[in-house]
Design a protein around this ligand. Structure first.
Ligand SMILES: [Zn+2]
Length: 328
């Protein structure tokens, strides 16, 4: 589905460009307006902000009601918002069929069936998908814990994510997202929260795990831009509290570059643990300067496209390398 979204900008842009050539200069103003709408729709789609994407795509459809590319994206947007019945009847109402639409329709139908079989109501803040044969008890318990964690993070950061979070509950490690991952990864957030419900047996494991991954999902909801990894992993560990006070790992101090890059690329367990340890310490140092989590959220949102050090200076009066010096 990601690939479809990526093609969105190019296809719609070409369409409008062709039209403008045909209708001439008089149309320039409305061309610019539509160009801005396409840019808006693309940004919303790419960042998974479905409510803003729906608004933008529906506006574009007013101008081009028979555009199959736009229709296809509206179907995706309905699906992504868990509006499965609406999505299926929209697809049925369209005058064209293709493989992608058939796939979306099939997935929506199977989600409606699975939710009914498990007897699960729509979750308040999560859009849930299932992989494997899950027990209803595990699913309900996982959702209950996640909702509680969600509420506490809303209060902590004084922040309410606009969109539902995409949650994949799965049974076996083989369903763990895209590609092979190192053994030390239990649950992941890769745009979707992927939680193995097998862990519901072990409360001491799943609570920190849920809080950790949910914090990543909140950070993602706070900003559309990438956040340096040490900041993201640091705050997630402070909130999950599972490694607080852990002893300094052996070996050298990691570089700032390795602390800013994705840690899941690190296949060496002790080096990975060291990255996590330093991240947490560095963010702890930030919170020593200002322990207000709302301030921290404003800092995350302030990162945007700017140089992280510039924003660190502005919010905490420090740079990343100073923080690393303080903890090493
Ligand atoms: Zn993490």
């Amino acid at each position: 589905m990601k690939n479809l979204i990526v093609t969105f900008l190019s296809m719609v842009a070409i369409l409008f460009l062709v039209r403008t050539v045909i209708t001439g200069k008089a149309e320039m103003d409305s061309f610019r307006k539509r160009e801005a709408m396409v840019a808006e729709a693309t940004e919303c789609l790419e960042s998974g902000d479905w409510s803003c994407a729906e608004k933008a795509v529906r506006e574009l459809l007013c101008d081009a009601p028979h555009d199959t590319n736009l229709q296809m994206h509206l179907a995706i947007i309905l699906y992504e918002q868990e509006r499965y019945e609406e999505c299926r009847s929209y697809i049925a109402s369209l005058n064209f069929k293709n493989q992608d639409l058939e796939l979306i329709d099939k997935k929506a139908a199977s989600l409606i069936r699975e939710m009914a079989e498990l007897g699960i109501e729509r979750s308040m803040h999560f859009r849930v998908e299932f992989e494997g044969n899950l027990s209803k008890r595990d699913v309900m318990e996982a959702l209950a814990v996640l909702e509680v964690a969600y509420d506490s993070l809303c209060r902590l950061f004084d922040f309410h994510p606009e969109n539902k979070m995409h949650l994949v509950l799965y049974e076996s490690p083989q369903y763990q997202g895209v590609g092979p991952r190192p053994e030390w990864v239990g649950a992941v957030y890769d745009g979707k929260l992927r939680i193995p419900v097998n862990v519901m047996e072990y409360q001491e494991v799943y609570r920190p795990m849920f809080f950790h991954e949910l914090t990543h999902a909140f950070v993602r909801a706070m900003t559309r831009r990438p956040v340096p990894l040490w900041i993201n992993e640091g705050i997630a560990q402070i909130i999950d509290a599972s490694r607080t006070g852990a002893p300094r790992p052996e070996g050298g101090v990691p570089s700032l570059e390795s602390l800013a890059a994705p840690f899941v690329n690190e296949n060496n367990t002790s080096r990975a643990l060291s990255l996590y340890w330093y991240s947490q310490r560095m963010v702890e140092q930030l919170l020593r300067r200002n322990g207000n989590f709302v301030h921290f959220r404003e800092f995350i949102q302030g990162l945007g496209k700017r140089d992280p050090d510039e924003v660190l200076q502005e919010f905490y009066g420090v740079t990343a390398s100073q923080l690393l010096d303080e903890v090493k």
